[in-house]
Design a binder for this molecule. Structure first.
Ligand SMILES: Nc1ncnc2c1ncn2[C@@H]1O[C@H](COP(=O)(O)OP(=O)(O)OP(=O)(O)O)[C@@H](O)[C@H]1O
Ligand SMILES: [Mg+2]
Length: 349
């Protein structure tokens, strides 16, 4: 049996995994995919808070999903991960540039260099004032929070082969087929975090994480209307931005609350992207690829498209991946597994 690899996405609302065969080939095969919901509080703002709860959800994920491999690639991408433009002198190899990072970037970090995991992602090369430079992205994650994810996975009996940034996983899952040669923005709205990635010709150009998502709407509904979390979730999913006339006062006020929170989120996305557009006027955005559970809110895609004056499309992972018989049942849910899928893509099993 060919070796496989699993991408494991530990989200606020669920743990999800996708197992790939031929992960490092142009057209990998999805052999298994599954998700297990997480209770509130187990993961907060992208950090594992309750190790045992998460580990047992991951064990359950393996049990129910029938994953064959124990080798996983984990995602990091919480609000404490920093992605910033950085230009480094081109002194030697990429490895040497990476080794020089701790001496160059302290002032860009909110924590001491020793508490961060640093990486550099090159985008282009140019001539600087004092010689050739590499323009790229600095990625800095808090060691402690990455290690907590790794620990949860090890406690569940798995091996973390690699850890990668969630936005890069999104690029590998979605910037494929015709999208691989376009300039688009990937917007993944989760429960607690919204990821933005501008990708041009398959190369990530700009990465930002906004600390809000679908849960902000739920919380606002709970507070304003004194609802339980289940009631608020149900009102949110059924009413969305209130595209149909409300049939009760609750629905009326609910729609107003939802609109307020969505307005803030959409404006946050717009302002963040505005910064990018100003930075690179020659590289206009062609479309938004919208994913993540939070993007399911009725009316949200339309609202985002109107605000950004861009076409919004839902990614179709089935057009660029093969799906094995063993994963047919999960195929309908694959749209919500983009992060887990992308974490496995490109990895040698
Ligand atoms: N049909 C729907 N309508 C509105 N909101 C929805 C719908 N389905 C899911 N959501 C919301 O999507 C969010 C969960 O999204 P997702 O599963 O992508 O989050 P996550 O990956 O676990 O979290 P994060 O990435 O922030 O750590 C929740 O806030 C949930 O209420
Ligand atoms: Mg997520």
């Amino acid at each position: 049996m060919p070796k496989t690899i699993v991408g494991l996405d530990i989200g606020r609302a669920a743990v999800r995994a996708v197992e790939l065969e031929n992960a490092d080939k142009p057209r990998p095969t999805i052999v298994r995919a599954h998700e297990v919901p997480l209770p509130d509080g187990a993961v907060a703002a992208g950090d594992v808070r309750e190790l045992q709860t998460v580990a047992s959800a991951v064990r359950k994920l393996w049990g129910e999903g029938g994953f064959k491999s124990k080798d996983v690639v984990l995602g990091v991408g919480n609000q404490r991960v920093i992605a910033r433009d950085l230009t480094m002198p081109k002194l030697g190899t990429l490895q040497q540039i990476r080794e020089a990072l701790p001496f160059q970037v302290q002032e860009m970090l909110p924590v001491p260099v020793g508490e961060a995991l640093l990486d550099f992602y090159p985008i282009s090369e140019s001539a600087g004032e004092h010689g050739p430079v590499v323009n790229g992205m600095l990625i800095a994650a808090i060691k402690e929070s990455v290690l907590a994810n790794v620990k949860a996975v090890q406690t569940a009996g798995l091996t973390a082969l690699n850890v990668d940034l969630v936005p890069f996983a999104l690029v590998r899952a979605l910037a494929r087929g015709p999208i691989a040669s376009a300039t688009v923005v990937l917007v993944e709205i989760g429960a607690a975090t919204t990821h933005l990635v501008v990708v041009a010709d398959g190369v990530p150009q700009f990465v930002r994480m906004i600390p809000s998502g679908g849960d902000d709407i739920t919380r606002a509904l709970m507070q304003r209307l004194e609802l339980s979390s289940a009631q608020a979730e149900s009102l949110k999913a059924s009413r969305g931005l209130g595209l149909t006339p409300p049939s009760s006062e609750l629905e009326h006020v609910g729609a107003e609350v939802i609109r307020g929170v969505v307005h803030e989120l959409v404006n946050g996305i717009r302002n963040t992207l505005q910064y990018y557009v100003t930075l690179r006027p020659g590289q206009p955005l062609q479309a938004i690829l919208l994913s993540g559970g939070g993007s399911q809110l009725p009316g949200l895609a339309q609202s985002l498209g109107d605000t950004m004056r861009l076409q919004v499309v839902a990614p179709n992972v089935l057009s660029t991946f093969d799906v094995a018989k063993s994963a047919q049942k999960a195929a309908g849910a694959l749209q919500s597994h983009t992060v887990a899928l992308g974490l496995a893509v490109g990895q040698a099993a």
